[in-house]
Design a protein around this ligand. Structure first.
Ligand code: ZN
Length: 358
C-alpha cells in the first residue's frame, strides 16, 4: 500500500496567556496545545484536531433542542404524501416503509426526487425501514436514468435536521440525477483514476479500506459472498465522519452497516442532525445483472478486477441541534479544511459497541 497519502504534522502550538485568562480557563502562562492535522492528499481535504477546543467557551446561548414543528405530524406534508407530494413522470415507487416523490422545488435537472420514510420521526428508523429507503432510491435512479439515458450523474443525499439543510422535519432523503457531474462526485472519480495511473497496480478504494484497517478504524461485514466495510474517517469533512463502502444500495451488507453506523451516531454519540452523501451510485445501464457483486469482487480480488467502483456512503454529524453557532466558518467555506471535534477512535468505539449489540 502506498504510504504517504495521509500526512500528519504536530509541533505544539505555543502562546502566552494573561494572568486573568490563566485563572479563568485554568491554563499555564506558557500554555502549549497539541494540534494535529491530517491531510488527504488524494482528495485535497484536511482536518485539524485539538482536544483543548472541547473547553472553548461558547458565548451564544443555546436554544432548546428542535421541537417538531408539525404537531407530531398532523400538519406534515410528508405524512400526507398521497395528496401533498408531487409525482415524477415515471411514477411513484412504493414499498412497505418508504415511498418516492418528486421534489416540488428542484435544484437539479432533469430529475430531482425525494425518498420518504412512511413514518414521521426522522431519528427513529429500523433496519427494514432504512433498507426500504435505499431500495426505493435504487429503483428511482434506475427509472430516472432509463427515462433520460443522457443523464448519467446520480447523487443520494440525506439531510436530517435544519442544521444539516433539511427544510422538513419528516425523515427523507433526496435523489438527484443530473446531466452534468456534481463536483464532489467528479473529484472522487478523478482522484481514483489519477491514483491508479500514478501507482500502477494500486487501487484507491481498496487502499482506503486497507489504510483505515491499518489504523484500527475499520470493520468488515460479510454475509455469504457479499461484503461491506465501515470506517471512521481519518480526514473527516465534518465531525464524526463514518464511511460505509459496499457494492450497491440494495446490498444487505451495505444496508446493515449504514444502519449500524447511523444508530451508533444517534444512539451512542447523541447525534440529532446529520448529512449522508452516497457516491458512485449505479444508474440504469451501469448494471449487468449477470455480473457478480462488485463489492465482493473487489475484496476477493484484493483491490483489483472490479468492473465499476464501489459505492461510498459518507455520514457526518452537523453538531448540536441546540447550538446557535454554525459548524461552518471561514476555515470550511474558504479554506476547504475542517475542525475535527471528535477523535475518530471514539467514533469507531461507538460503532463497535453498536455492532456488538446486534
Ligand atoms: Zn411527517
Amino acid at each position: 500500500m502506498p504510504s504517504a497519502h495521509l500526512a500528519t504534522n504536530g509541533p505544539s502550538a505555543v502562546h502566552r496567556v494573561t494572568e486573568a485568562l490563566s485563572i479563568k480557563y485554568g491554563m499555564d502562562a506558557d500554555n502549549k496545545q497539541q494540534v494535529v492535522s491530517v491531510t488527504d492528499r488524494v482528495l485535497g481535504t484536511q482536518v485539524w484536531y485539538n482536544a483543548e477546543r472541547g473547553r472553548k467557551p461558547q458565548s451564544f446561548t443555546e436554544e432548546p433542542n428542535l421541537a417538531d414543528p408539525t404537531d407530531g405530524g398532523r400538519t406534515c406534508d410528508f405524512c400526507q404524501w398521497r395528496t401533498l407530494t408531487a409525482l415524477d413522470v415515471f411514477g411513484r415507487i412504493e414499498r412497505t416503509h418508504a415511498i418516492s416523490a418528486s421534489n416540488l422545488f428542484k435544484y437539479c435537472q432533469p430529475f430531482h426526487g425525494l425518498v420518504l420514510f412512511r413514518h414521521h420521526d426522522p431519528l427513529k428508523f429500523s433496519l427494514p425501514q432504512l433498507s426500504d429507503l435505499l431500495q426505493v432510491a435504487e429503483e428511482w435512479f434506475e427509472r430516472a436514468s432509463a427515462a433520460q439515458p443522457s443523464a448519467r450523474h446520480p447523487f443520494f443525499l440525506w439531510n436530517c435536521g435544519p442544521r444539516a439543510g433539511a427544510s422538513q422535519f419528516h425523515g427523507h432523503a433526496q435523489v438527484a440525477l443530473s446531466q452534468i457531474p456534481f463536483p464532489g462526485c467528479e473529484a472522487l472519480t478523478v482522484a481514483a483514476e489519477r491514483y491508479a495511473a500514478a501507482l500502477p497496480g494500486a487501487d484507491y478504494y481498496g487502499d482506503l479500506i486497507r489504510a483505515h484497517r491499518a489504523a484500527g478504524l475499520m470493520h468488515e461485514h460479510a454475509l455469504g459472498d457479499k461484503r461491506a466495510w465501515c470506517y471512521a474517517s481519518l480526514a473527516p469533512t465534518k465531525d464524526m465522519e463514518l464511511v460505509v463502502q459496499g457494492a450497491s444500495l440494495g446490498c444487505p451488507c451495505f444496508q446493515l452497516l449504514l444502519h449500524t453506523a447511523l444508530r451508533a451516531l444517534i444512539d451512542r454519540l447523541g447525534v440529532a442532525t446529520f448529512n449522508v452523501g452516497i457516491f458512485n451510485v449505479c444508474c440504469s445501464g451501469d448494471r449487468n445483472s449477470s455480473a457478480p457483486d462488485v463489492g465482493a469482487t473487489m475484496l476477493a480480488a484484493d483491490g483489483t478486477g472490479y468492473s465499476r467502483p464501489p459505492i461510498l456512503a459518507r455520514i457526518v454529524s452537523r453538531g448540536k441541534s441546540s447550538s446557535r453557532a454554525s459548524d461552518y466558518g471561514g476555515l470550511e467555506v474558504f479554506g476547504k479544511a475542517s475542525i475535527g471535534n471528535t477523535d475518530p477512535y471514539r467514533v469507531f468505539a461507538a460503532l463497535q459497541a453498536q455492532l456488538q449489540s446486534l
